[in-house]
Design a protein around this ligand. Sequence first.
Ligand SMILES: [Zn+2]
Ligand SMILES: [Zn+2]
Length: 175
Amino acid sequence: MLIDVTGIIAKIGTVSEFSEKSSLESVSFYGNSYRTASPFDVYVKIRSTGDRKAQIDLNALVSLLIPCDRCLEDVSYDFDISYSREIDFNENSKDRCDNMDELSFIDGTQVNTDRLITDEIILDFPMQVLCRPDCKGLCKKCGCNLNKSKCDCDQFIPDPRMSVIGDIFKNFKEV
Ligand SMILES: [Zn+2]
Ligand SMILES: [Zn+2]
């Protein structure tokens, strides 16, 4: 949702609360797009702290569908977002850029909550997601999901150094 804080920051002590189902459908990260598992509730509280500053608190529990690192099945991964920070609306995007403190979710006096949630998810993105700790992954030969089916493929991956020794033995036999 887009919240314009103009009316809130005009008077110190003003508090506004917003609760809404988010329409955020996916999050893009490193060229991949991850779908949200379902619409989720977003709760935002904005409190004017005076001099065009405001304390912003946002809470949301977002489930993203992230493929398992081994078998590629989608896993519903939860991000429990709890954001709390005072924002100075006197600063524009150039000021923030100069201060190395860019806030992509602020545009003038508008707060874009989907953008804020996306930024928080990216900051907290897991290195690896597994559908279960002992996921057997995919067969390297036929590609079947080894959690669900069995194949007759030989899972032995020969060590190239061993094949040299094998050749030596073979040659030795032929002598
Ligand atoms: Zn898996
Ligand atoms: Zn196989």
